[in-house]
Write a protein that binds this ligand. Structure first.
Ligand SMILES: *Cc1c(COP(=O)(O)O)cnc(C)c1O
Length: 954
């Protein structure tokens, strides 16, 4: 007799994603007084919203099965040779950068470097990026990346508006030779702000005085290289500022925008080693004059000193600018593109100035030879001067030529019915140039001979715009040109930092959970990497399936009816969501609705976004328990009922609590004609338990880089899709490459498409049951920490049942009064214990917000809790006078190895300083610098690589 054997998978993912084992879960539940996860979550989720989530998703796949399934999807994409250009170019990602940076968790699992002492490695890489941008653009100050070229251009437009002398103007000139996707995003951004974007030909401009600013493209989207000096001087004379969107690689050969008197240079760093990825993620850059640096959008890395007087890097000035300036912030950008900026900066470190120049020269030579051959075939390029891009007047043959190209797996740019475009790149070969000639030749026409044309073709860069100034002279760009050297440089930088590969990062609101290897593997497959975002739709069927399925899965997770994957960060999702609300009101003839209610506890991006969307922010109060003050909200909603556009509310609240009144709050807003925007950054507490689309939300963004496992990358990339109820679906962002064409919020139709496989893999491997379990564990872990720490530090807010959601706020203000020890001191002391600090002073000053996530094991939770208890004992010793009020391990934290071996003159021991718990003897993280001086850094702003002597002198 045979017996059937139950053959389950042996690589079930859920238990890999979730940290605690079964017996840990039982123990933790017991500690909280519950007998099951369901009983705990039933107690946490308010009655009124219980059961709103029905996760209609298939069961989870094993890791191997899921990888096979996504491989099949990827195989449906077709990799053609792309000559489309238009801001996106194939390039080589150097293998040591691919393996040691892009595929290395030490780099991709890091958080934004707000804690500079544990971030010196990635801060150095970003400073290299800023130096690269500043050198190539010829402008002294560059930021540490923006989201994409088109949004950088939109930021430049509002930047010009703030700073231009011509205050009377509301018109912005944009050259019609800019990339079309840039013009589209400019239009979206301008409309709610009342800015008029005038698209015109800069060569026929006779009304410069009409504008506060202008955007030019260099070289133009079609490939021409013009001398903008006179034009820019004309704008300046009229009180306008000028931004130049420039190709970074071309700037190795061309006079940089700064030397053409541009006020801003911006663009994409994609072709510095970052795959096309169907449009993103890529780092954008933004550089400007020194006098404008305090108005720059995005983040800026600056040099400061640590408490020993040694040079140390940190984020300068606008660190968390939105949290301070709220609706007056210069920009709403929070998550940017740090990982991609670091790839680009390492590409420059690896190639150096000569290597980059060689790449650019070779590309230009090939283009010149190509043009020469095309001319011989009777198809002269329209451009007199060009770098890597040609436009051909292909006339009646255009459609046929595209067809012929596609038959040979080549994509050309479709400019219009009678013209087509061609761009070459780092990967172009002689054979590909010859293939292009063959394509354009008529039957029987003799093909040009490469060798003889190569001997004859001359450069086609304008003589007066040849770059004269040196760039990348700093040693960092001239030292790591062998693979061994680069590998070790990357390792040395990574070793300076704390990322998730070393310890828990308990950042409230930021959800630093596992970024699983199986989720990450597909993103570097060429079937996802080598697609141009504007390639014909039939070539991206794999992406189509991926995005369709992901949209459906995210609808299931949120209870919404439709999803847009286009926004490339949470902030951009907020923006797209408010624009949808605005368009909805307008479509109903309700154009006066422009008031946005925002609770005082909101994340800073909320008010910053509302003002970008042309709304007026009205702040509503919170009560003593941290909940939205419903009476105040009702009063304000009624007061403004004629003009109420929206409420932006975070759920569970930024105070880490499931507010009981959420349904009532949504109803009040709806009753007064407003729409409800639920900020979904805290979705990690809700998936499978309750659904914002079912309890009153009209629209939410999700941060796929929080709840849905895309790594933080040290401050980006991110994806911030929005889900909407059906009445808002017609107002989701469109794109020239999509059915709905207007309202693009970023350059590519699917934003950061190439990292969407991460979330697809996560959801497919977890399945509905696994996702629900993850939320339950996130809640369990947070409550376990809160319960174990509450006798040592008061937990600021809890729900009616004494429970928190997926994070908890510890109130350190009483300790400040009794001991002088601040949240800063505790955060820095945690570094000595090998931990990244929790979120500091958000949403309440003087507190720490801890979010462990479901991925942390009980052992790691206990290690963290023990560190916090130990720190409390140290604080008590200060309170009781056993430790000096100033010279104590908390105030002096973190302690460096150099300090330890130097003259030790503190009243506490070296052991207490660096080995406060015995387990550290086995594995110790050594911060490379002591506590960084913030004030010094802002007073003495240095934002490019300092001369090497600065380090030697110190
Ligand atoms: C992280 C966060 C945001 C902003 O998201 P980004 O992806 O960083 O732009 C907005 N709201 C809340 C509550 C957040 O935690």
């Amino acid at each position: 007799m045979t017996r059937s054997i139950e053959l389950g998978t042996t690589d079930e993912f859920v238990a890999r994603h979730i940290g605690p084992r079964e017996d840990d879960i039982a123990h933790m539940l017991e500690r909280l007084g519950y007998d099951s996860l369901d009983a705990l979550s039933a107690s946490v989720i308010p009655e009124s919203i219980k059961g709103t989530s029905v996760l209609d998703l298939p069961a989870g796949l094993g890791e191997a099965e899921a990888l096979a399934a996504i491989k099949a999807i990827a195989a449906r994409n077709q990799q053609f040779t792309s000559h489309i250009g238009q801001g996106y170019y194939p390039c080589h990602t150097p293998s040591p950068i691919l393996r040691n940076l892009l595929e290395n968790p030490a780099w991709y699992t890091a958080y934004t470097p707000y804690q500079p002492e544990i971030s010196q490695g990635r801060l150095e890489a970003l400073l290299n990026f800023q130096t690269l941008i500043s050198d190539l653009s010829g402008l002294p100050v560059a930021n540490a990346s923006l989201l994409d070229e088109a949004t950088a251009a939109a930021e430049a437009m509002t930047f010009c508006k703030r700073l231009a002398k011509n205050k009377a103007s509301n018109a912005f000139f944009a050259s019609r030779h800019c990339h079309p996707q840039t013009l589209a995003v400019l239009r979206t951004r301008a409309e709610p702000l009342g800015i008029e974007v005038v698209v015109g030909d800069e060569n026929a401009l006779d009304d410069a005085a009409r504008y506060f600013g202008a955007l030019l493209q260099y070289p133009t989207s079609e490939g021409e290289i013009g001398d903008y000096r006179a034009l820019i001087e004309g704008f300046h004379a009229a009180g306008a500022l000028v931004a130049v969107a420039a190709d970074l690689l071309a700037l190795t050969l061309l006079t940089p925008p700064g030397e053409l008197y541009a006020d801003v240079a911006l663009g994409s760093a994609q072709r510095f080693g970052v795959p096309l990825g169907f449009g993103g993620p890529h780092a954008a850059y933004f550089a400007t004059r020194d006098s404008f640096k305090r108005d720059m959008p995005g983040r800026l890395v600056g040099l400061s000193i640590d408490r020993h007087g040694k040079p140390a890097l940190r984020l300068a000035m606008q660190t968390r600018e939105q949290h301070i300036r709220r609706e007056k912030a210069t920009s709403n950008i929070c998550t940017a593109q740090v990982l991609l900026a670091n790839i680009a900066s390492m590409y420059a470190v690896y190639h150096g100035p000569q290597g980059l120049t060689r790449i650019a020269r070779r590309m230009h030579r090939l283009t010149a030879i190509l043009a020469e051959g095309l001319a011989a075939l009777g198809l002269p390029a329209e451009q007199r001067h060009f770098f890597d891009t040609l436009t051909l007047a292909s006339g009646a043959r255009t459609a046929t030529l595209h067809q012929r190209a596609r038959a040979q797996r080549i994509n050309l740019r479709e400019i219009d019915d009678t013209r087509l475009g061609l761009s070459l790149d780092e990967t172009t070969t002689q054979a590909q140039v010859e293939a292009l000639w063959a394509l354009f030749a008529d039957a029987g026409q003799a093909l040009p001979d490469f060798a003889s044309l190569a001997a004859r073709a001359s450069d086609r860069l304008p003589a007066e715009l040849q770059r004269q100034s040196a760039f990348l002279t700093h040693p960092v760009f001239n030292r790591y040109h062998s693979e061994t050297e680069l590998m070790r440089y990357l390792r040395r930088l990574a070793d300076k930092d704390l990322a998730l590969d070393r310890s828990m990062i308990p950042l409230g609101s930021c959800t630093m959970k596992l970024n699983a290897a199986s989720e990450m593997i597909p993103i570097t497959w060429s079937d996802f990497g080598n697609l141009h975002p504007f390639a014909p739709a039939e070539q991206s069927q794999g992406y189509r399936q991926l995005t369709d399925e992901l949209e459906a899965m995210l609808c299931a997770c949120t209870g919404y009816d439709a999803v847009s994957l286009q926004p490339n960060a949470g902030s951009q999702g907020e923006y797209a969501g408010l624009l949808a609300i605005r368009a909805y009101h307008h479509s109903r003839g309700d154009a006066a609705r422009d008031i946005c209610l925002i609770p005082a506890s909101a994340h800073g991006t909320n008010p910053a976004t509302a003002s970008m969307a042309g709304m007026r922010v009205v702040v509503t109060a919170c009560d003593a328990r941290g909940n939205v003050d419903i009476d105040d909200l009702r009063a304000k909603a009624e007061e403004h009922k004629e003009r109420l556009a929206a409420l932006m509310i975070t759920y569970p609240s930024t105070h880490g609590v499931f507010e009981e009144g959420i349904r009532e709050i949504c109803a009040i807003v709806h009753d007064n004609g407003g729409q409800v925007y639920i900020d979904g950054a805290n979705m990690n507490a809700m998936v499978g338990l309750c659904a914002p689309g079912k309890f009153g939300g009209d629209v939410s963004h999700l941060n796929l880089h929080k709840t849905f496992c895309i790594p933080h990358g040290g401050g980006g990339p991110g994806v911030g899709p929005i889900g909407v109820k059906s009445h808002l679906a017609p107002f989701l962002p469109g794109h020239a490459a999509m059915e709905r064409q207007d309202g693009a919020v970023c350059a590519a139709p699917f934003g950061s498409a190439s990292i969407l496989p991460i979330t697809w893999m996560y959801i497919r491997m977890m399945g509905g049951a696994g996702l629900k379990r993850a939320s339950q564990l996130a809640i369990l872990n947070a409550n376990y920490i809160a319960r174990r720490l509450e006798e040592h530090y008061p937990v600021l807010y809890t729900g009616g049942n004494g429970l928190v959601a997926h994070e908890c706020i510890l109130d350190l203000r009483p300790l400040k009064d009794s001991s002088g020890i601040s949240v800063d001191d505790v955060a820095k002391r945690l570094i000595d214990f090998g931990f990244h600090a929790p979120t500091m002073s958000f949403p309440v000053a003087g507190t720490l917000m801890i979010e462990p996530t479901e991925s942390e094991s009980r052992a790691e939770l206990d290690r963290f809790i023990d560190a916090m208890i130990r720190i409390r004992e140290e604080i008590r010793a200060v309170e009781q006078g056993e430790l000096d009020k100033q010279d104590n391990p908390l105030k002096n934290a973190p302690h460096t190895a150099a300090e330890l071996v130097g003259d030790w003159h503190h009243p506490y021991s070296r052991e207490q300083a660096v080995y406060p718990v015995a387990s550290l003897l086995e594995g110790k993280y050594w911060p490379p610098v002591g506590r960084v001086d913030n004030v010094y850094g802002d007073r003495n702003l240095v934002c490019a690589c300092p001369p090497i002597e600065a380090y030697q002198d110190a």
